[in-house]
Structures are given as structure tokens and as C-alpha cells.
Ligand binder design. Structure first.
Ligand SMILES: *Cc1c(COP(=O)(O)O)cnc(C)c1O
Length: 375
């Protein structure tokens, strides 16, 4: 089966992990800060905080911005459940805004009109679907007018750009959160990375990542000379990444640009080879990280095509089941029909395989087979 996505692990990666395994620290050692430093430099952000997953990063980001019971957090229904769950973890109210049918990202005109008619989120979490950034300048203008914070869910977006700057530079947001799961652009096994330019948010995140504990005398209520002493200042979590994971992530980061090039090339080949089929293809983009190549079967039965592609050994997938239609979110008051664009999109969507290492022959096979099924 050709999967829809997969990691690539090189000898350099193995070597980096092995070196860490043989060193004094397999967690809470130097590999973490090395990875953080390089990640921040790549994105052009002041700070970078490694965490155990993107989900953990989204949760901590919501906490750091003070999201709590009285508040509303808003995101797109076309995402993995983790984005909405991060809001729910803080006991805040979860809100969705429907997607734009061309970009599949949160519809900012719709958000604008909801804000105009009184919606008051404390935090908005745009999701850069498939690697295509949302219009962050537009969202940022809304955030200044209506006073909300922005956390970018950039799980699909490591290495992508927006207006010539790397996603994660936080030019138009408070925080950006990346996923380092093996199916994403680069991996640390499991892992996430948060970037920000705010020292205040950075300090909060560092504290919250490790139980709310500090060992820094300057930050203590009762500073002391006793070497073992630490203080818990808040209710934090254990959301750390290990040094083993950081060593892998750091090694992968060196190949990020090459991965982006390979992904772009595969996307361009799909664009060419599928151009005459009766499907909706993704918008072309030089700045996308091309995490997913999503086509819409506007004139065919998607489920039938999905099953027949799978039967032929092609691991197509579907991203995403609209989050508000999940039983848990139905319990929270949402219903089918609430966000028709996301639901229509979902009924037609099919994710084609795309990852570095997918060969031209495999891609030709995928395209030929799809063509046969649609003719
Ligand atoms: C993968 C993903 C996440 C969660 O990432 P983890 O690192 O597995 O926690 C969150 N949001 C989106 C959009 C994702 O695709």
C-alpha cells in the first residue's frame, strides 16, 4: 500500500539519536535547547518552545493567553479534533466559523461579520489547512479591531511561508504551534514546537510545560540558597519533549528545505497530470508546505472512489471529518448542517499520497488509476 504520508529517516538521523542515547542526558539535556534555537532561527521568531506534541502546544498556548471558563475560543471545523479540544481543555466555550470553499481555511469574511454582530472570542485559532497559510494580515486586522489573540495551528505548515516570511515568524499572531508527528513535514517521533516573539508568553510556556515549577531564584516567591529547592507557582503540566526526540527533530530540520522542494515538485506534477479531470484541485501556491494534496470529487461518488483506490493499493485518505459533527461536539450543542461549506467539502474530499520519497512511477500509477475510475 502506498501511504498518504510517511516519514523519511536517514543515517544522519539514526546517528543523531544514537549520540543522544549514549550521552549523559536522554531528557532535559542540551538537545532540546539546540533544537529550539535552530527552529526559532529557521522561522525568524524570537523564541521557540519544544513540547511533547502539537496538541500539548495548543493547550499550553491557550492557557498562556489566559483562556478560561468565561471565554470563547474560535477555530475552523475543517481540522483535526486537537485544535478544538485545546479550547475545551481550558473549559472555554468552543466556537467554529465555516470555511472558504476555495482555500478550505477559516472564512475571514464570515468571521468578520460574526464579530460585527457581537461575537467576542478571546482567542482565534486559524488552521493553515494542507500547508496553505490563512490570510494572516486580514485576521490580524480583525484581531486589533475586536481585541482577540491569535494562535496559529501550523501542524501542516513547518517551512511554509506567508508573504515571503516563514510561518512561525509570528508577524501577525501571538503564537504559532507546529506538529512533529511522523506524518507531518518533519518529525521527532512525537512532538510539537511553539514559536512566539513575546518574552512574557515564552516565560509562561516554559513554566507550564514543566508542572508550573521553577528552579530560577529570580522567579521565586521565597528565593533561597538551598540547591534542591524549587517552587511550583501554577498548575502546569508534564508536556516536555525528550532529548532523544529533539535530536531526531533537529537532524530532520536540516533537510526541511529539501523536503519542501520535493513536496512542491510532487504537487506540481499532480497539478499537471490531473488538470483535465473533472475534479477541484487545490489552489496553486509557491509558499505552501504541501502537507496534503486534497482533491474534491465534485462529480463522482467519493466513497466509491476511495474504496477502489484503496483496493488498488493506494492509501488515499480524507481530511477532515468536520469537528462539529463528532459525537462529543454534538453533545456540546453542535449539529450537522451548522457549517455547510465544511460539510460539503468533506463529502467530496480525497487526500492523495504526497511525501518525500514518493516516486514518479508511484505517482503515475496513482494518477492513471484515478483517471480510469473517473472516466
Ligand atoms: C496533526 C495535527 C494536530 C495534532 O498534532 P500532534 O502533534 O499529533 O498533537 C493538530 N492540528 C492539526 C491541524 C493537525 O493536523
Amino acid at each position: 500500500m502506498i501511504p498518504y504520508g510517511r516519514q523519511e529517516i536517514t543515517q544522519e538521523d539514526e546517528q543523531a539519536v544514537l549520540e543522544t542515547l549514549r550521552s549523559d542526558f536522554i531528557t532535559q539535556g542540551p538537545a532540546i535547547s539546540e533544537f529550539e534555537k535552530n527552529f526559532a532561527a529557521y522561522c525568524g521568531s524570537k523564541y521557540s518552545i519544544a513540547v511533547s506534541s502539537c496538541t500539548a502546544g495548543l493547550h499550553l498556548s491557550c492557557l498562556a493567553l489566559g483562556l478560561s471558563e468565561e471565554d470563547l475560543g474560535v477555530t475552523s471545523p475543517n481540522t483535526f479534533v486537537a485544535t478544538a479540544n485545546a479550547i475545551a481543555y481550558c473549559r472555554a466555550k468552543v466556537g467554529f466559523i465555516d470555511i472558504n470553499p476555495q482555500t478550505y481555511n477559516i472564512d475571514l469574511d464570515e468571521l468578520g461579520s460574526r464579530l460585527k454582530s457581537g461575537m467576542r472570542p478571546k482567542v482565534v485559532l486559524p488552521v493553515h489547512f494542507a500547508g496553505h497559510s490563512c490570510d494572516m494580515e486580514h485576521l490580524n486586522a480583525l484581531s486589533r479591531q475586536y481585541k482577540f489573540s491569535i494562535i496559529e495551528d501550523a501542524a501542516h505548515c513547518t517551512g511554509a511561508s506567508y508573504q515571503g516570511k516563514k510561518v512561525g515568524s509570528c508577524s501577525y499572531s501571538d503564537l504559532t504551534v507546529f506538529s512533529l508527528h511522523p506524518v507531518k513535514i518533519i518529525t521527532s517521533g512525537e512532538g510539537g514546537m511553539i514559536t512566539t516573539n513575546s518574552e512574557e508568553l515564552y516565560e509562561k510556556l516554559i513554566l507550564l510545560r514543566t508542572h508550573g515549577i521553577t528552579r530560577d531564584n529570580k522567579k521565586m516567591q521565597n528565593p533561597t540558597e538551598e540547591g534542591w529547592y524549587f517552587e511550583q507557582k501554577e498548575l502546569g503540566y508534564h508536556y516536555r519533549m525528550t532529548d532523544i526526540q529533539a535530536a531526531l527533530g533537529n537532524s530532520q530540520l536540516k533537510r526541511l528545505d529539501s523536503y519542501l522542494e520535493q513536496r512542491r515538485r510532487i504537487a506540481c506534477r499532480y497539478e499537471e497530470k490531473l488538470s483535465d479531470l473533472p475534479i477541484q484541485r487545490p489552489l496553486p501556491s509557491d509558499e505552501s508546505s504541501w502537507h496534503l494534496y486534497e482533491i474534491l470529487l465534485t462529480q463522482h461518488d467519493r466513497t466509491k472512489v476511495y474504496n477502489l483506490m484503496r483496493k488498488a493499493g493506494i492509501g488515499v485518505n480524507v481530511h477532515y471529518i468536520p469537528v462539529h459533527t463528532q459525537p462529543y461536539y454534538k453533545k456540546r450543542g453542535f449539529n450537522k448542517g451548522d457549517f455547510p461549506n465544511a460539510e460539503r467539502y468533506y463529502s467530496q474530499a480525497l487526500t492523495l499520497p504526497l511525501y518525500p520519497g514518493l516516486t514518479d512511477e508511484q505517482q503515475d500509477y496513482i494518477c492513471d488509476h484515478l483517471r480510469k475510475l473517473l472516466s
